[in-house]
Design a protein around this ligand. Sequence first.
Ligand code: ZN
Ligand code: ZN
Length: 695
Amino acid sequence: MKAKQKLREAIDSLYSRGCASSEAYTRLVLECVRHNDFNQAKRLQSHMDLHLYQPNNTFLHNRLLQLYSKSGRLSDAQNLFEKMSQRDIFSYNAMLSVYSRLGSVQDLWAFFDGVPCRDSVSYNTVIAGLASKGCSSKALEVFIRMQQEGFQPTEYTHVSALNACSRTLDLKRGKQIHGRIVSCNLDGNVFVWNALIDMYVKCGVIDQARWLFNRMVNKNVVSWNSMISGYLINGQPEKCIGLFHEMRLSGLKPDAITVSNVLGAFFQRGYIDEAHETFSEIKEKDKVCWTTMIVGYTQNGKEEDALMLFSEMLLENVRPDNFTISTVVNSCARLASLYHGQVVHGKAVHLGVDFDLLVSSALIDMYSKCGEIKDAWVVFKMMPTKNVVSWNSMIIGYAQNGKDLDALALYEEMLQEKLKPDNITFVGVLSACVHAGLSERGREYFNSISKFHEMTPTLDHYACMINLLGRSGYMDKAVDLINGMPHEANSLIWSTLLSVCSTNGDVKHGEMAARRLFKLDPLNAGPYIMLSNMYAACGRWKDVASMRSLMKDRKVKKFAAYSWIEIDGKIYNFVSGDRTHPESEKIYQELNRLIRKLQESGFSPDTNLVLHDVGEDEKFESICYHSEKLALAFGLIRKPQGEAPLRIIKNIRVCGDCHVFMKFVSKLIGRPVILRDSSRFHHFVGGQCSCKDLW
Ligand code: ZN
Ligand code: ZN
């Protein structure tokens, strides 16, 4: 810091005097290069220009060119090069490196063509530049020309040429270069050898890569990493893990790249504990390691672990980037944890990545999934630039939160901004139409997908249309639509039809849909229970019983329905009839108190919805203590006062009885209740629900 300040002061004092001596300029230019200080170098050059100072050799200017290149200043380098009264091969090479790093392919090529004198450095620079810009065939063309003009390629040239082949998966040329390497006796060089392995790995010839790997004497970390990542990208996670163990046995220390690859392999196989073990053993973890582990947790449904790890990462003073932050925000969204979401949002502001496209879209999604649609809107509004993902997040956020007309208005605005909607946009638009019951408009949007936007409707879009038609009472049209689809119907289509049938009490079509689902996914309990409930609702107890024995025969297990509520940043889980919570007694007291209150105002539990044809008392018991009711009672014990909404998440769809219950409670306590179930949001305010009783 001090040295940099001294440098600035020295240049300041230069400005208060006149032209300096050659020695003074040389000393200061070298200081600027040493400290990588572009700003002072620029001032120094201005001073020289001002005093019309021309150095008597190219040395000073060449050093400045190199510094400008390093600092990413293309136009400053170009200007200086133009001004130089004399140029030598070093000046041309410095400028070639500027164009390789910062210019377009055309610029680089044009400059290279006009270079009056070349040496092997010029060729190496341009080959590496072209390879890094993905122009592998041009790079290889220069590689051949270089030899024709009598220059001997070095190990560096061969590596650049191999990188060009890796980038464009040009195995044929890669093999030719391999042949040359052998004939030049360069195959003992670990640098070249690693590039060869990398080329074979990228081109998918993993066995050839392994053969080279096995023959290597002085393998370094890069060699192991190339091979380990090779197995990962070629879909062989077991071999990747195996090689990692071999590497450790060899006594070589894995680096952050090794660990990220191996974690990726563990996660592909689902070995989460092993991944964490490996992760913990690494002393110096970088950002990529931490982020890989966090992503792995999120992808495997361990959001709470992901959040914990993120706070550990901050404690270790590792600076997260936009990708890390957006991953963590996604975890908060899945947990509907507003508390943690807000904390991470604060962190994003602190790091200056809150306006990043990835982060902003994740934040919009998080606030929407927590039912805080106004906050989602604020993030959306503040974004300086938006892409289709940002618009999609906001449209879907509105649709999920019952703001269907706002979702559609936003879509129209998006079209006016000349943005091209994608498949996800239409899922948002069509589901808004479904929730708002706008069948005509929905049909128009659906038709517009192929007519005006040149896309083919996906199964998700068809599912929305089936929902829309079914809810408007056009069951036959919904079935016709399924039969006329260009795609084979999947379980999403049939389960959509089944749930529409269950809302309409249409047993005939419901049975058809359920039968398809039994075939597609025989162990999923959902369709059995739904059909059973439909039979129960019209008193067909015999069919209910046969459904139950069918489940027994096929060993279908009911999945555990559960709910959770977040209080002061902590997540509390509940299952139906749960008595494991330490405050169980209090919770049940509170719940029974609420039920009594509600019964006084005319509410009676809807025991028709209970699957088993058991005694009324038992039915009452099994429906009154559904997990979301327990979560609500617990929330009221912990937060009896205040106006903040109670926020509950349920892993499957809310039942009709709980829905009625929540409406009553929101009126009784005069506070909003926000319930997110597997299909949508329910904002209960003053006895009404935002879903208008359709879900
Ligand atoms: Zn329920
Ligand atoms: Zn609702």
